[in-house]
Write a protein that binds this ligand. Structure first.
Ligand code: PBG
Length: 321
């Protein structure tokens, strides 16, 4: 008879036999970049997460780096006046993301900077693509995403992360990056991104709730696993360096299946804003212990097969590890 009890008898023994080891190096911290100078804003419904203009963002990133967090995912957030039908400001190359990325790479060169590539923060209707007669136009959208990706690369992004869930977006971006001399800029595909109720606080942060309809015509149906594998395979074929499953906690089966199926490719999982706020709210209400819950959830995501985890808890988790 196996005596697993012997492996649990004390902390040192448990540590020696632990099969999954979470480290600060696995974690990616998201930031929301805004225009202006020395600005920081609270985000309704998103706890302590804030939006920062570039110098505040750099300061926050430097603090995270002191705790061992060097990987950052940058989103843009702008006021209504900077939004239109075609996300013009988002593809202008003059936005808060480019400014933040440039400073991060210049003053914190040890960092890995990943940028979110999507139109939803810059369209006046809040959808991830440009629309024609109320429908998302895939082809037109991927050209704009490619342009945005080239701008991010020009600002110094190490990787770009297309999250619009348009067909062929990874391929179009890879082609545009190569053509413009950014062959070394990588791509992290939001490959299996599900239409989810857990993005609420993020949409408040990016000011990007769709004005009509929902995202179900381009994001994935959470009932499907085979389709998720097809989406991931397509991104790998189109040249993604990292593929992502999002959200994370309710999708551990998707992460595990991708891990088993796609061998060596790096897999990232996104513990999204709703997952984050559930733990925050429960901890605040003294329903559970924040530290224990965070470490358990992140370790479970790693155990499922994720190499990298995007989490708003990155800095705290690094401190606790
Ligand atoms: C935009 C985007 C979203 C998230 C990341 N990129 C929101 C959405 O698709 O509606 C969600 C991240 C989070 O909830 O933390 N395409």
């Amino acid at each position: 008879m196996k005596k697993f009890g012997n492996l649990k008898k004390d902390g040192a023994t448990r540590e020696r036999h632990a099969e999954t080891k979470l480290s600060a190096r696995d974690l990616i911290l998201p930031f929301f970049a805004i225009r202006g100078r020395n600005r920081e804003e609270k985000i309704p419904g998103f706890g302590p997460v804030k939006r920062y203009s570039k110098e505040k963002l750099l300061a926050a990133a430097s603090k995270a780096a002191e705790k061992g967090i060097y990987k950052f995912l940058i989103f843009g957030s702008v006021d209504e006046v900077y939004k239109d039908e075609k996300a013009s400001y988002g593809v202008s190359g003059l936005g808060p993301v480019e400014a933040a990325v440039y400073d991060l790479k210049k003053y914190l060169p040890i960092s890995t900077v990943i940028t979110d590539v999507c139109l939803c923060a810059y369209t006046n209707h809040g959808h991830c693509g440009v629309t024609r007669n109320g429908k998302i136009n895939n082809e037109e959208t991927i050209q704009l995403l490619a342009k945005m990706a080239v701008n991010h690369a020009a600002s110094g992004a190490d990787l770009v992360a297309p999250s619009a869930m348009m067909d062929g977006q990874v391929g179009a971006i890879r082609k545009a990056l190569d053509k413009n001399g950014y062959g070394k800029t990588g791509i992290m595909g939001y490959s299996a991104k599900f239409a989810s109720a857990f993005y609420g606080p993020f949409r408040s942060a990016a000011n990007s709730s769709p004005a009509f309809g929902d995202r179900k015509t381009y994001q994935m149906d959470y009932r499907n696993i085979n389709q998720a594998m097809d989406e991931i395979k397509a991104d790998i074929d189109e040249g993604a360096d990292i593929v992502m499953v999002k959200p994370a906690a309710h999708y551990l089966d998707i992460i595990r299946q991708a891990r088993n199926r796609f061998g060596k490719i790096k897999i990232a999982a996104y513990q999204v804003s709703g997952e984050y706020m559930m733990i925050k709210a429960a901890a605040k209400a003294k329903i559970l212990d924040e530290k224990e819950a965070v470490l358990e959830s992140l370790t479970a995501i790693k155990r499922a097969g994720a190499d990298l985890i995007i989490t708003y808890f990155a800095k705290e988790a690094a401190q606790w590890l």
